[in-house]
Design a protein around this ligand. Structure first.
Ligand SMILES: [Zn+2]
Length: 416
């Protein structure tokens, strides 16, 4: 075993703060939507930092960026470490940027210590993780081949297409997608939930990501006048929707670790004195176990039928998105856990409730993630906050886990 190396926490923090000046918002967050000038400037700054650190930066045909530090044996597939520099329109300083800049800090620290690794290491910045103007996590999706480059290029954005957006910022590169083998992928990220903070721990050892089942649900009744129509003769679709919202909460509460959310609800015709004749809503169930998820969704499907019947409504329930549980690679998860343990950093195993580029990568490349706490679990918000100490601790763990992979000459099987 190598000695643990320590990163420079102050330099990491300074890089986070400097990056956050690009697209800075008055409330202390950032606005760096893909294919905007802010996106371009964040990529330019990242490139200049990488080049100053002696890294070779390449850009692939979908704008994903790879900054390589050579290893002793450059015929070995590289270890990748990264995340994304784009943000929500009212996003925070840490979501995404932390993972990219933690990767950069590892490179700088290895340089400081004159440390060589067996394998090359590459820092990655994925294109358009956030999905503010395109579907989310599209850069890693295209990279892994789950979405074709042609289809991705053609996707519409507010100003044109994804392809024209990449051209606009000068980041449609030459590198082919996934044009060489990759040994492993690591991603550090703020947790985006409250668990680590509540338990006063600095690192989450992420073992995988939640299984998800999304629906669209429509209730149809009959619109009628709010005055002359007695309560007993109504077919109020919004009352059905209200029952469904509460049923979803009860179902998710009833399964340990369950999540159930109605994010959108649209009544029709939405007039103050008309009983709503129809409602469209979205439903999102998640669980770390596919069995428990199925338990929740079958209860939900039964509940919807009963609610419709009781309220004399028609309904149309459509399961529109299914995402299987994503298990991360046990060897890499072990590297992260060992790094945290050997440095005495408080940690726990955790499952990611959100999607990340790592979820696409995990399907084709051995992958894992490292979480750090964020204040009150808040993200996708200008108030998003993390502490310099937690950023440093997470980067130290990431660094030593990445080193373990980069110094291993073994090929990892996808399913060991
Ligand atoms: Zn993110």
């Amino acid at each position: 075993m190598h000695e643990n190396i320590r990163v420079n926490g102050e330099r990491l923090w300074a890089a986070l703060m400097e990056m956050a000046e690009i697209g800075a918002t008055p409330k202390g967050g950032v606005n760096r939507i893909s294919f905007t000038d802010e996106d371009r400037r964040s990529r330019d700054l990242f490139t200049s930092w990488c080049e100053s650190a002696g890294l070779t930066v390449k850009v692939d045909k979908f704008g994903n960026m790879f900054a390589r530090r050579p290893g002793r044996d450059n015929s070995l597939p590289p270890v990748m470490v990264g995340s994304h520099l784009d943000s929500q329109p009212t996003g925070g300083k840490y979501d995404g940027a932390y993972g990219v800049l933690a990767g950069l800090e590892i490179m700088r620290s290895l340089n400081d210590g004159g440390i060589e690794t067996e394998r090359p290491i590459e820092v990655v910045n994925w294109t358009n993780e956030e999905g503010a103007i395109l579907k989310p996590m599209i850069g890693s999706e295209v990279f892994t081949g789950a979405l074709s480059l042609t289809d991705a290029y053609a996707m519409a954005t507010p100003t044109g297409t994804a392809e024209s957006g990449l051209d606009d910022i000068g980041y449609k590169g030459d590198l082919g997608l996934w044009s060489y083998p990759v040994h492993s992928y690591f991603e550090a990220h703020i947790e985006q939930g409250p668990i680590l903070e509540e338990k006063n721990l600095q690192v989450g050892v992420v073992t995988g990501a939640f299984a998800q089942q999304w629906y669209t649900l429509n209730f149809t009744g009959l619109e009628a006048h709010a005055g002359p129509t007695p309560m007993a003769s109504r077919r109020d679709a919004l009352v059905g929707a209200a029952h469904a919202v509460l049923a979803i909460r009860e179902i998710a509460n009833g399964v340990e670790g369950g999540r159930g959310t109605v994010g959108c609800i649209t009544p029709y015709p939405a007039s103050p004195n008309v009983i709503p004749g129809a409602v469209d809503m979205t439903v999102d169930f998640r669980h770390e176990s596919e069995e428990e998820l199925e338990e929740m969704t079958s209860r939900f499907e039964a509940a919807v039928g009963a609610i419709a019947e009781e309220n004399r409504l028609e309904y149309d329930l459509n399961a529109n998105v299914s995402i299987a549980r994503v298990p991360f690679h046990p060897t890499l998860v072990g590297y992260v856990r060992t790094a945290a343990e050997s440095m005495g950093i408080g940690h726990m195993d955790i499952v990611s409730g959100a999607g990340h580029d790592a979820c696409h990568m995990a399907k084709v490349v051995p992958t894992t993630m490292v979480f750090i706490p964020c204040e009150n679990g808040i993200s996708h918000n200008e108030l998003e906050n993390a502490t310099p100490k937690d950023c440093e601790a997470g980067c130290n763990v990431l660094c030593n886990a990445v080193l373990a992979a980069a110094n291993s000459t073994e090929t990892l099987e996808m399913k060991p």
